[in-house]
Write a protein that binds this ligand. Sequence first.
Ligand SMILES: [Fe+2]
Length: 161
Amino acid sequence: MTGSLNQAGHLVGRFFGHLRAEPLGPEDQAFVHDHIDGDCAGLFWSQSFPDQRHAVDVARRVSTVLPDDSGAVEAALLHDVGKVQASIGAVSRSIATVLDSVGMPMTTRMRSYRDHGRRGAVALEEAGCGPLAVAFARYHPGPAPAGMDPTRWKVLMDADG
Ligand SMILES: [Fe+2]
């Protein structure tokens, strides 16, 4: 009971967090510019404001734990870029998450949102972003694939939590 209530609270919090987000301020913009550039940065800035906000929050947590790991910070900033192609709002995202968790059918857009990891990874690969960024976009929130350092992976997962 407590578990499902916690889960519901988490969903509700995420939903309202989504509605509240504003454009990044100058400090956060500078943080992004310090860590990614070129086409990878272009993918970051193509995200909605709430998704930019989320990515910077995750990346700042990662940079606290791994201050010298620019690849991990890059991966955090770019891990959800596949959501751009889904282009669905906060309500549909929450519904898609619930439908997926109980294995119910969903609309094409919702499916595209659910598959955002794979889509994001393809876009990041085409843009020439780092291997950890490509892998984390593709496989999160699953376990680290072969060849990826599980310690860095866990830092990213915890930060995205
Ligand atoms: Fe995320």
